[in-house]
Design a protein around this ligand. Structure first.
Ligand code: ZN
Length: 367
């Protein structure tokens, strides 16, 4: 659950031969740096719509649950945890490769670990944590019981007290540092829970790692209800580079771009030719004949707008190879999702999904 992807390199000044450094605010992927208490889920896959600049109090009514949650502040989240491995060169090397960090301080006989690896040495791995406290489980149980069943990591903050070197043995304790009042975000209503982990190396304080999550009751079902209970497919992003494609769809023509210089066909639409770079182009109308080049079946999560009956699936997503040679991602209709096969011939048609959207899809089988 608490997977943090560190997205930034440690600046030079943080390789600290010694001394206490200012905490570094880390952001979750897609997140932005905003003041504490306003830090909101940037969301791994969160759309613009889901990104919220700030939380707000849900209401003025007394929050009995909050009082019970607040009582967990200061209680242990994990006690006497130990790192599964000592600080070691292979993990440092893998981290640096993944981050593209070639700083020489992290290699060679006097190597230190990148400071931002702090949490990596404490992670439980796939087999999980064995040191999580009963209080932590109880806090989560209370939140789950109140309908706050979803969780999103919002941000973390680290402070480095001493460099970590290969061979250091890591131990840690974690405390439930704070629970926020009830907040409402676009994701839903819930509580921010901040855990602080104190990390030691060979028994000496090495750093602290604060991690904040939002445990919330998802708001998404309500949004669907507000639309009269009907889910809609996502809107295409139409811009000057692809407007001609959507104009074609409106006229029930599937248009492929053709390079003005080398005549290579291309799809999806792009400003220039992948083969020669030429920016001149015209279009060719697809015959509509094609075949399934590859396909996957979506089972979870369900998106009701994509299911033929509104149930959300399973449904097949296919890569269609058009007779002209280009490929496009689309849906196969007229064939049960588990009967779609690679090589199956398909024919273009246009599906009106709602009042405002029409999409090219492909009818499979005997037609
Ligand atoms: Zn070209």
């Amino acid at each position: 659950m608490t997977v943090v992807r560190e997205g930034r390199k440690a600046p030079e000044k943080r390789q600290m031969p010694g001394g206490r450094k200012a905490p570094e605010k880390r952001q979750m992927p897609g997140g932005r740096e905003v003041p504490e208490e306003q830090q909101m889920p940037g969301g791994r896959e969160a759309s613009e719509e889901q990104q919220m600049p700030e939380g707000r109090q849900a209401s003025e009514e007394p929050d009995e649950l909050y009082e019970r949650l607040k009582a967990f502040e200061g209680r242990a989240a994990a006690t006497a945890g130990t790192g599964k491995d000592p600080v070691n060169e292979p993990m440092i090397r893998h981290w640096c490769e993944a981050m593209g960090d070639t700083n020489p301080a992290y290699a060679g006989p006097d190597a230190v670990a990148p400071p931002t690896m702090l949490q990596a040495w404490t992670m439980g791995g796939l087999s999980g944590h064995t040191d999580r406290s009963a209080a932590y489980e109880e806090l989560f149980g209370l939140l789950d019981g109140a309908g706050c069943t979803s969780v999103v990591a919002t941000d973390c903050e680290q402070e480095y007290l001493r460099p970590l070197r290969p061979g250091d043995l890591i131990t840690f304790d974690a405390v439930i540092e704070s629970v926020s009042e009830r907040k409402t975000t676009k994701l839903g209503t819930g509580y921010f829970v901040t855990t602080r982990m104190d990390v030691r190396a060979d028994g000496e304080p090495a750093g602290t790692h604060r991690f904040r999550i939002l445990k919330y009751a998802p708001a998404a079902p309500k949004r669907a209800a507000e639309r009269g209970g009907r889910s809609l497919r996502p809107r295409p992003v139409i811009n000057r580079d692809n407007a001609g494609f959507w104009q074609g769809v409106a006229e029930h023509r599937l248009l492929i771009q053709r390079c003005g210089d080398c005549a290579a066909l291309r799809f999806p639409w792009l400003p220039g030719c992948n083969a020669c770079g030429c920016q001149e182009w015209d279009t060719v109308e697809a015959s509509g004949e094609g075949a399934v080049f590859s396909q996957v079946v979506m089972h979870h999560p369900p998106f009701p707008a994509f299911g033929a009956d509104g149930a959300g699936g399973p449904y097949a997503v296919a890569l269609i190879e058009l007779a002209e040679g280009v490929r496009m991602v689309s849906n196969v209709v007229g064939v049960p999702y588990d009967k779609v096969r690679i090589g199956m011939p398909v024919r273009l048609e246009f599906l009106r999904t709602d009042d405002e959207l029409e999409l090219p899809v492909f009818r499979g089988g005997e037609g």
